[in-house]
Design a protein around this ligand. Structure first.
Ligand SMILES: Nc1nc2c(ncn2[C@@H]2O[C@H](COP(=O)(O)OP(=O)(O)OP(=O)(O)O)[C@@H](O)[C@H]2O)c(=O)[nH]1
Ligand SMILES: [Mg+2]
Length: 217
């Protein structure tokens, strides 16, 4: 038992060391980096597509897309106008700092203002692995249900921003916004929250403004 705990601690501390290196790489290049986490299908790539489309007239974006297999999401980010790198984790349920470090070796950060990382769709594992990004953002979506903060507290505790996606579906789905937000407030008081729809664009202005406020140029 003791041995297992020591091994896990070593894995986390090795990851944190590389995450700190990644942060230095971002800061030296004056690049802001966001880590987007969510369950499968919550709308990570859809958020990236619309965000890239809206920001590309004023900044240069790169997207690091983490997926278990395929390059589908990186292709979508590239089609929207970002430089896109796909990481296939080969079965791992999260990205780690080493994977980001390797991806950064393939991007010329000169001239890039914002790097968006799409983590693997999962509400548990990605919360345990810092990547070196400046902000961790969680995307919840209405059809997933309003109980998710209560069931996945670790993910909600560790983030700097929360997107509530698919608000266009609120009339069709039982989702009690007050109950959801009460759960969030207990875990992460004052968390900046952006209810929006990647489909209609409703609520996007606040999200885009938050990114603009956080990008160092
Ligand atoms: N109605 C509605 N559908 C949405 C919205 N955002 C995304 N979708 C749909 O939700 C599905 C999943 O969206 P993606 O952006 O691929 O989700 P993802 O989180 O990147 O998925 P994975 O990478 O597979 O984990 C797609 O069919 C999208 O068209 C939204 O705001 N409203
Ligand atoms: Mg995706």
């Amino acid at each position: 038992m003791t041995k297992n705990i020591q091994v896990i601690e070593k894995i986390f501390s090795a990851n944190d060391r590389i995450a700190a290196e990644n942060r230095i790489i971002f800061d030296t290049a004056r690049v802001t980096a966001l880590n987007l986490m969510a369950s499968p299908g919550a709308g990570k790539t859809s958020l990236i597509e619309r965000t890239v489309t809206q920001l590309k007239p004023i900044m240069n974006l790169a997207v690091i897309d983490g997926d278990i297999a395929t390059t589908l999401d990186a292709d979508r980010a590239a089609a929207a106008g970002a430089i896109a790198i796909q990481i296939n984790t080969g079965g791992e349920c999260h990205l780690d700092a080493v994977m980001i470090n390797s991806a950064l070796k393939q991007i010329d950060l000169d001239g890039i203002d914002l790097v968006i990382v799409e983590n693997v769709g999962n509400l548990v594992c990605p919360a345990s692995f810092q990547l070196g990004t400046h902000k961790n953002v969680l995307i919840a979506s209405v059809p997933e249900g309003d109980d998710k903060p209560y069931k996945y507290p670790g993910m909600y505790r560790g983030v700097d921003g929360l997107v509530i996606n698919k608000i266009d579906l609120l009339p069709y789905v039982s989702f009690n916004m007050d109950f959801f937000q009460k759960g969030v407030e207990i875990l992460n008081p004052g968390l900046e929250t952006f209810p929006l729809s990647c489909k209609t664009g409703e609520g996007f202005v606040a999200w885009i403004n938050w990114i603009k406020r956080n990008v160092t140029k």
